[in-house]
Design a protein around this ligand. Sequence first.
Ligand code: G6P
Length: 364
Amino acid sequence: QAASKGGFKHFMLKEIFEQPKVISDCLVGRIDKGKSEVKLPELNEFPTPERLHIVACGTSYNAGLWGQHLFESWAKIPVTVEIASEFRYRDVILNKNDLVLVISQSGETADTLACLRLVKSKGIPVVALTNVVGSSIAREANASIYTQAGPEISVASTKAMTSQMILLSLMALYFAKRQNNLDKDILKNALEGLSSLEPELNKVLPKLREKAQELALLYSGARSFFFLGRGVCYPLAEEGALKLKELSYIHAEGYAAGEMKHGPIALIDQDFPTFALAFNDSLFPKVKSNIEEVQARQGKVIALTHEKTSLTTVDNLWIIPEVWGVLNSFIALPALQLFSYEVADYLGKDVDQPRNLAKSVTVE
Ligand code: G6P
């Protein structure tokens, strides 16, 4: 087993460090630089949907929430993102020009599979985004797009989410280009940015781990945590909170930063810290004022941010290198994963096999 962990203490850590390679594996054969085009022949047979419904569970659901931003802003396709266990029991309204995208690392999650079957029975096409060739979801979908994450052993999903986000980016670009809906500069920046992610992440991962270790020492005693973000950082905040509770059993909530004032901020005091995602983007001033609201209630703040925001007034600054636009998520996500990993390891938890959890939930 030690050998299969490749010298890492846990599978989770190994899988976090595999992410640069996973990114490049997911891009192989997908980008035609000359034509500034994305190649996703799996989608050629489907007309551009009037509405896209993304359905998933757990971490795959958070990836879907993240992807929604790209489909809307790049491809101009209206998107709903649904928790599979809710979607299957609602009277969901699906129209004949809609498309459903199910996301499942394992391809076996019972609720997601049930949604796929339900949607197909209504004559609406289903595309699967999955990591496992030959899985039930891959077999039953009208088409499957495979994430090239390789086997994920750790129960808590890490590299699978990164691989899903890469493919979601490619899908959004694919539909955008097909409809001529995308500014040329955005397409160029996105394609170049995706191609540069592997070396960038390889360089930064050891530094992210060091910082995560430092923060774990300071914050492992917390009993509760907020993770806040806006825009693409909101799904990342949800994922950061999910990872922390899964691994360390510390209560954590991911929140849309602007929603805090509608209740959750009542919980803040000096013992309830906040992990804020504050990218150097158009939403930064808003996130900054949300951070100040937390601080005004004596809440401690870790801020994951970029140098250019010039944010200084938090308890712990975590400055990460800045890449292009939404692709900053691919640096922030491993930072969140490593933070939870280090807290859980510091607390002596069973990182690869957290209590009460299963890798794949094949019963309802
Ligand atoms: C379980 C796993 C999670 C995973 C979720 C959905 O709860 O512990 O890590 O995100 O199932 O799994 P799927 O295979 O459908 O992506």
